[in-house]
Write a new protein. Structure first.
Length: 95
């Protein structure tokens, strides 16, 4: 740690440690926010929707995978469940 004119200046390693700590705090806050909540995600069989379903499931939300393609939607449900989350599929077309 370096002190310059009464101010604390972090070294690179301390900056990294602080950054990692802040990231972990944000993750815990997000997890606490989503724990037990229900997330209905449309377009969840691929792309951003799939990524959102997996993230929300990992962070404690109960996920409703809503999509047109049942085979791909069921695969996302399986991934969420494999990661320890709770999920179900609902065939949905929002056109």
């Amino acid at each position: 740690m370096v002190v310059v004119a009464g101010e604390v200046v972090l070294t690179r390693s301390r900056e990294y440690e602080l950054s990692a700590l802040l990231s972990e705090i944000r993750r815990i806050r997000l997890m606490a926010t989503l724990d037990g909540k229900v997330a209905v995600i449309t377009g969840a069989s691929s792309g951003i929707g799939e990524a959102a379903a997996l993230l929300f499931g990992r962070e404690g939300a109960k996920v409703v995978v809503a999509a047109r393609r049942e085979d791909k939607g069921q695969a996302v449900v399986s991934e969420v469940q494999t990661a320890g989350g709770e999920a179900m599929f609902v065939k949905t077309d929002v056109n």
